[in-house]
Design a protein around this ligand. Structure first.
Ligand code: TYM
Length: 329
């Protein structure tokens, strides 16, 4: 047993994107083995929007296979499905009672997603989504949570609620830290760099690179990415958002720093720069897709999920017991 625990999760809603990989999964993979590592499929979080059950089931398997394809190693990491470990629901329910309506109202993800649901009425599930995430994190005594910038607020809420609970009922929960890297924590939409790259890309998908995109299509998306008229490959998030986003993608994948990229492309056009970014992304996707096709085997994935739930459940159960005891339940 290592001393510290790392945990993260992804919603199995649609195809995973380059943003998911660079903002969260890659950071997780780079650190697995140095922590007791857990990665899960946030399937309960995926039912906040109505889903076709067959599609959801397929998306769950896709998500596990994608974890493996991105380098998550089941020998070093416990891979499981949130809904297989029933403690998530119970602790989520308990944590809802530690939370103020105002706190949940302030969540920026809730604000933006509830706007989309406004016409038909906003689901309660969307509102309490963060308290389930709080439970996901606290159940495993997590010390670091690799996520993209958009999830930072939820991890901060987790810290607030853990602290509140510990103060009210005695030391029960471990205090987690968010793990966000300076580069790649918010990959932007290639067509509208004012927005985050999202799984749902307003229907046309030109601004989002999906990890399963056809390689030529992905390259074209990079070549057509919105840039500016300054003509200088330079990292400047105020005036050159599009170019800065492509630099982040390149740097995060290859490890080359911005200064070196700027030097290499000094005096050269955007076309040449984009071509290199497109090649690097194409190589990454080719490698991921080859592995994905190898691992997308239901028997293998079922075995991984079954083992994962068995390994994850005892810790979750211990934490829940501690919380129930503290509450007098
Ligand atoms: P989800 O499924 O929306 O996204 C999965 C991870 O990908 C990151 N991400 C990005 N990072 C950089 N740039 C982007 N454009 C980008 N888009 C997505 C997200 O920040 C996230 O880390 N609520 C979570 C799932 C979850 C979870 C948890 C995560 C449920 N419980 C407990 C950590 C711990 C979500 O919806 O992520």
């Amino acid at each position: 047993m290592k001393e510290k625990v790392m945990l993260t999760g992804v919603r199995p809603s649609g195809n995973l994107t380059l943003g998911n990989y660079l903002g969260a999964i890659k950071n997780f993979v780079d650190k697995q083995g140095t922590y007791d590592s857990y990665i899960f499929i946030a399937d309960l979080h995926a039912i906040t929007s109505p889903k076709n059950p067959q599609k959801l089931k397929a998306a769950i398997y896709d998500c596990v296979a994608m974890y493996l394809a991105c380098g998550v190693d089941p020998k070093k990491t416990i891979i499981f499905k949130q809904s297989d470990v029933l403690e998530h629901g119970t602790l989520g329910f308990i944590m809802t009672f530690q939370t103020k309506m105002g706190e949940l109202n302030r969540m920026t993800q809730f604000k933006s997603k509830s706007q989309a649901q406004h016409k038909e009425g906003v689901d309660t599930g969307l509102f309490i989504y963060p308290t389930l995430m709080v439970a996901d994190i606290l159940l495993y005594n997590t010390s670091i949570v690799p996520v993209g910038k958009d999830q930072q607020q939820h991890v901060e809420l987790t810290r607030d609620l853990a602290e509140r609970f510990n103060k009210r009922y005695g030391e029960t929960f471990f205090m987690p830290d968010v793990y966000i890297t300076p580069i790649g924590n918010k990959i932007l939409n290639l067509q509208n760099p004012l927005e985050k790259m999202n799984k749902s890309d307003n229907g046309n998908n030109k601004g989002t690179i999906f990890l399963m995109d056809d390689i030529e299509v992905a390259k074209r998306k990079i070549m057509c990415a919105k840039t500016d008229s300054l003509g200088k490959v330079h990292f400047d998030e105020e005036n050159q958002l599009g170019i800065s986003n492509l630099m982040s993608i390149l740097s995060k994948i290859t490890g080359e720093d911005f200064e070196s990229i700027e030097k290499r492309f000094d005096g050269k056009g955007y076309g040449e720069f984009k071509k290199e970014v497109a090649e690097v992304v194409a190589n990454l996707l080719t490698e991921i897709q080859t592995k994905f096709n190898r691992y997308r085997d239901i028997n293998l994935l079922d075995e991984i999920l079954l083992n994962g739930a068995k390994q994850a459940q005892p810790t979750a159960s211990e934490t829940l017991k501690r919380a129930k005891k503290a509450l007098g339940l």
